[in-house]
Design a protein. Sequence first.
Length: 310
Amino acid sequence: MSRRHPYRDPVRRRIESLDTSLRLPTVRRALGLLEGEHSSGRRGGGDERADLRAYEFGDETRMIDWHASARVGRPMVVERERLVTSKVWLLLDVGREMSGTCPDGEQAIQVAANALCMFASLCLRRSDEVDLVLVDSSAIRRIPCQGGFARFEQTLDRALESPLDQPRNLEALLGYAAGIQDRQAMLVIATDQSALNVDLMPTIRRLTTTHPLNLIGVETMNPLRQQPAMDSVTDAPSGRQIPAFLRTANGTRAVDLHRRYQIEAFGRELSRIGASLIRADSSTTMYNRFIHLLSAGRPGIPMRRTVMAA
């Protein structure tokens, strides 16, 4: 199934509104990182004027110097030394397993990407540095993200234009995360829920001793569940069509039971080590749970608790 174009994705438009609908103190409290701010040589928000340049797509409108713009006859942006609170690493599983379909027809990669956009929207508002890391079994790609949310969104969508044709390598993704030296950096790891199991806990446990950690789990449809609109179902990891005789009520219940057992066991282990998990089966559900956690003051970002979706 082809991916929904981001510019026609209503959830993306709702994510963009986060940048203006939440006050900065609320963002800081929600993110749960209270390590304070310090001066940085990076350009962006702040009080110390550094340079004046022409407006570019993706720049935040609050950076426009209207007096200078009137003088030269075009929008001009003031770059200032900004106050940096933290660095945020958004690590995304781009293995072919992420082409799996969610119950509403979205691909897992789209839900995961939108979840990362939610984090990026708030972190960029808070003047954090954001790096995007894409991992499959063939490559690890690190993409520093400069500018505001619009530029991040553009960078992410461009990076995901490549086909998901390589197997996942979650061990490599976690290994890369373990090598990040900055202990103040927040880690956000997005994958599909089936990849999250207790075998990963030794590495995840080590990560939580050095970094605030959030996990995003995307729940794909049960491949054995009968879907009236689908004549056939293809297994994302193998690319093989699932035989019709396997798609029975008993088989569906067995897969549901196994998935529930696996994620509950994983959640119990996470709760012992202080990591956080947000999971959902669609972008809309992910967005609603994200907003609920923020408004309730109990974000999964990255408080020392586990947040499990029902």
